[in-house]
Design a protein around this ligand. Structure first.
Ligand SMILES: [Zn+2]
Ligand SMILES: [Zn+2]
Length: 350
């Protein structure tokens, strides 16, 4: 049957993380393989699980549906970590990356993100572990820790105008204290004054990701490009390890991706020894930019930018991107990764 993929489930446990892996499979099959239906060979799923799936697929405007039904029997094959084999008309597909162990996912959100769908640190760590990911870095939006939601989303947050009552950094510290061991860092926001919303704490033992989420509303395209570089420079001088989703702000704003910025951004990142993130959360990385960056001696990093538990450890698209670009064999040399001597934020480039 065309456009229908199948998963063989042995004794499905609907109370654990399995529903999130199935959700991940559906997102992957629709986004990268154009599948219209994922069929599970099991009895009915609980209503709450079906609702979770429907909501998540609806939120991302996916066309795929998940159903129970009779599937072509994949003889003796079992759905299990880290392969998560799925069966499609063109053969079987894997969700795991057995080819490449010891990965770090540098970019996950917690329940404190205004845009969190269902994040939970312990469950996310379990998803990562089952996905074969070795190190996990939570990176909460610093702007969201300082600004109320409506101020943040309307691009009106200013570091100099931050309000003490809206400061949620103690909540992030409390969450870290109560959570299982992991790396805890920040996704640093930069405001219209090019001031970086920053937060230092002994509890932050993780990596600092910088992100440009907003550009000046009233600027024309040339102005927006200049604004992007101005904000990037502020992030780089603030001391970051990774630039999150490098040009996503243009894509999300319905603008063309400014290819003339590829060179200046690649040069800035390389000079600052800051990695460029490969990010598929409502985003696609740009192969030409990555090629140019690597030619200049730069580094890349993998981040899922998880807002929903199904994304935690979902690095298959990142790996496929590298494979298609012909750089998967060089990951040892070009992929920024966690090293165990890196345990204290005071050691960051500053
Ligand atoms: Zn971001
Ligand atoms: Zn993020």
């Amino acid at each position: 049957m065309p456009n229908i993929a199948a998963l063989h489930l042995e004794r499905p446990d609907w109370n654990g993380v399995l529903p999130f892996f199935i959700l991940r499979a559906a997102h992957y099959l629709e986004e990268f393989h154009g599948m219209a239906e994922l069929t599970l060979d099991c009895a009915e799923v609980p209503a709450a699980v079906q609702t979770l799936w429907d909501n998540s697929l609806g939120l991302m405007k996916r066309k795929i549906s998940i159903r129970c039904g009779v599937t072509p029997k994949p003889e003796h094959q079992v759905f299990r970590a880290p392969d998560f084999l799925m069966y499609t008309p063109s053969g079987s597909l894997s969700l795991g990356i057995p080819e490449f162990p010891d990965l770090t996912d540098f970019h996950l959100h917690t329940r404190l993100a205004y845009c969190s769908e269902n994040m939970d640190v312990a469950a996310a760590l379990q998803m990562e572990r089952l996905s074969g990911v070795s190190h996990v870095n939570f990176a909460e939006h610093s702007g969201q820790l300082y600004a109320p939601g409506e101020i943040y989303w309307s691009n009106r947050f200013l570091w100099k105008d931050r309000l003490p009552f809206a400061d949620r950094t103690p909540q992030y510290e409390e969450l870290i204290r109560r959570s299982p061991a992991a790396l805890y860092g920040l996704e640093l926001d930069v405001d219209a004054d090019a001031a970086v919303a920053d937060f230092r704490s002994p509890l932050l033992n993780g990596y600092r990701i910088g992100a440009v989420h907003f550009l000046g509303k009233d600027l024309d395209f040339a102005g927006k490009k200049a604004d992007f570089l101005r904000r990037l420079d502020a992030l780089l001088s603030g001391g970051i390890d990774i630039l999150a989703h490098p040009f996503r702000v243009f894509r999300k704003g319905g603008l063309p991706v400014p290819e003339d910025l590829f060179r200046p951004v690649a040069e800035r990142l390389t000079a600052a020894k800051v990695a460029a993130e490969i990010n598929f959360h409502t985003n696609r990385p740009h192969p030409e930019f990555v090629e140019l960056l690597l030619k200049k001696g730069g580094m890349i990093s993998f981040g899922t930018d998880s807002h929903n538990l199904y994304e935690a450890g979902y690095l298959r698209p990142h790996y496929e991107f590298c494979r298609e670009l012909g750089i998967a064999g060089r990951l040892d040399e070009i992929l920024f990764r966690h090293t165990s001597e890196r345990t204290d934020v005071s050691k960051s480039k500053r």
